[in-house]
Design a protein around this ligand. Structure first.
Ligand SMILES: *Cc1c(COP(=O)(O)O)cnc(C)c1O
Length: 319
């Protein structure tokens, strides 16, 4: 197994959400603060990058190349990790350059990343071309997978589950935002490997349930091989709720806004508009519907993303 570079602030703390819990009058609520992983505003990609950068270093790479949305948290954390360890960084971003960079995009630039813009359907081609150009220019590129969600990246969340188990915190449910699936694959694998008894529920941000379950199961199985103990996970063993993804990626509705406001106003805790806002909206809806038992404990695994609160596109909609 690859030994990770160490730069994340770990273990991340676990906190109670007593005021929000009593407002919603449901299960006991906790939060695990992976928004506080310490690298340029942190987030869940930081754990993955500890493993991905170790892999890049081992392969003798000099340049990290990855892709994402214009407001990608993954790209921002990759740019920061590259800066920290002396790699170059090129980001293929979907869309057009805005007149004024804000939020994650502003941070990408501040962190020194080179940005290649591509039309949404052309992003993967742009990524491939950028990679090939770097290769032929002898810049020794390393392709950081979309969302950091390769078996190497997902390993970090199996280890994170081990960290959580060592924190000895009884939680019947772990609920979080799931998108490219690396976080969930790692947590699901880690739950099996290290003996977590509760349930791991991913709230899909942008993917239909079946597609996400299949991806997570495949990724978790491949990750287990890399960790030296193959476990065949099936889609049926992966729990996904995709009831909240219909508006589409990055679209803020009244549900995300309410979730962001409740966490802010009852706990002083900031969520992001794309991922944790949507997952928390799902969590709140499930609590209101009585999905969890009152005597249960639900841990919301905060995956970060708050810089996107400052993105120009949300300025008018958020407050
Ligand atoms: C990337 C991201 C996620 C989703 O994690 P995956 O491993 O891609 O499923 C959730 N929350 C935030 C804030 C993210 O940036």
């Amino acid at each position: 197994m690859i030994s990770p570079l160490r730069f994340a602030h770990l273990p991340t703390p676990i906190e109670q959400l007593p005021r929000l819990g009593s407002l919603l009058n449901g299960p006991r609520l906790l939060v695990k603060r992976d928004d506080q992983t310490g690298l340029a505003f942190g987030g869940n990609k930081t754990r993955k990058l500890e493993f991905l950068l170790a892999d890049a270093k081992e392969q003798g790479a000099e340049l990290l190349i990855t892709a994402g949305a214009a407001q990608s948290n993954h790209c921002r954390q990759t740019a920061a990790a590259a800066a920290r360890f002396g790699f170059g960084c090129t980001l293929a971003l979907a869309g057009e350059p805005p007149r004024q960079a804000s939020a994650n995009l502003l941070l990408d630039q501040l962190l020194g990343a080179e940005i290649v813009w591509a039309a949404p359907g052309e992003r993967d081609r742009a990524l491939r071309e950028t990679f090939e150009q770097a290769q032929s220019g002898n810049r020794r590129p390393y392709l950081v997978p979309y969302g950091g969600s390769s078996p190497v990246g997902a390993m970090a969340y199996a280890v994170a589950m081990q960290e959580f188990i060592h924190q000895d915190c009884p939680a019947d449910w772990i609920v979080f935002a799931s998108s490219s699936g690396g976080t969930q694959a790692g947590l699901v694998l880690g739950a099996q490997k290290f003996g977590y008894r509760g349930r791991v529920l991913g709230i899909s941000v942008d993917e239909p349930e079946d597609a996400l379950k299949v991806r997570v199961a495949k990724l978790a199985s491949a990750t287990s091989v890399l960790m030296g103990e193959p476990i065949a996970l099936t889609p049926a063993e992966v729990q996904v709720n995709a009831d909240y993804c219909a508006p589409g990626y990055g679209v803020l509705t009244k549900h995300e806004r309410e979730a962001i406001q409740l966490f802010a106003r009852y706990e002083g805790l900031l969520l992001d508009p794309v991922y944790t806002g949507r997952a928390a909206a799902g969590l709140i809806d499930l609590i209101r519907k009585g999905f969890f038992k009152k005597e249960e404990t639900v841990l919301f695994w905060h995956t970060g993303g708050q810089p996107a609160l400052f993105a120009g596109k949300y300025q008018a909609e958020l407050p």
